[in-house]
Design a protein around this ligand. Sequence first.
Ligand code: APR
Length: 309
Amino acid sequence: MRNKITIIGAGNVGATCAHWLAERELGDIVLVDIPQTEGMPQGKALDLTQAGPIVGYDTHITGTTGYEETAGSDVAVITAGVARKPGMSREDLVTVNQNIITDVIHKFVPGSPDAILIIVTNPLDTMTYLAYKLAGFPKQRVIGQAGILDSARMRAFIAMELNVAVENTHAFVLGGHGDEMVPLPRYSTVAGIPITELLSPERIAAIVERTRKGGGEIVQLLKTGSAYYAPGAAAAQMVEAILKDKKLIVPCSAYLEGEYGLRDMCFGVPVKLGRTGIEQIIEIALTEEEREALQRSARLIRETMGALK
Ligand code: APR
């Protein structure tokens, strides 16, 4: 039987994620949006279906403004929500997106009690926490997409700086998905060599800073919304790791119960992704400075969580 992947929020990130997923033929896709958008998810689904013969995929893609078609989903990618505009932080979105995530979880979960949830809506760690609390799923099955995207941004900047293939790069970005995220240069490599041996401290600091502000840089350029190609690709990679049971080690926002000295919050840490969701949270050795940076980032996330009603 084919896997069923539901994408909730058929806007920029949702539709782009559907595009990346359709090409991989990982399962059939249901694109969901609100009744006020009637026709839009259906139109995008039909358009993607018609790309199939050209690109060469047999993925069935359905668009809907209801939840009947989502029943029995294996995975749901939740991108429903409002995106940032210039001058806004991810944290500015908390109240409006809290209402949206609440609506989505209440409508989706009854029909798909065994699904794995991937949250993309910002502010990411807070919305992942909210979804975890509302869904009542085991913590392994509620995962926030942030670290893959932030690490990809850092990898792109490393590759640009050293003029090497992106495949040669590896980067580790932990912590909350905000401007206090924690890129870890010691664990970021080119062909296995830490970038601390390849670049000056000044160049590394510049890459770290650009990574932290990576989302904001795109918001400034686009002016009308936030990034969607890389966020969509990052969510698609998580779906692939889960449905193929790849045991992929990547940073994701996970519910913590004492790991890294943190509990009762969702936060970006290295995890192993497989068919049951988060199969392991990996604790890596950190210097005092790195540990402090993580704690700073966690404090900011707790502040945002405090705005939940
Ligand atoms: N249920 C389902 N879909 C909803 C709901 C809801 N309750 N509320 C809003 N949506 C839909 C909107 O109708 C819209 O089509 O979510 C979609 C969001 O799409 P965009 O506005 O294009 O936003 P996008 O760029 O995709 O960002 C979505 O992801 O990266 C984060 O910060 C970003 O929180 C934002 C989210």
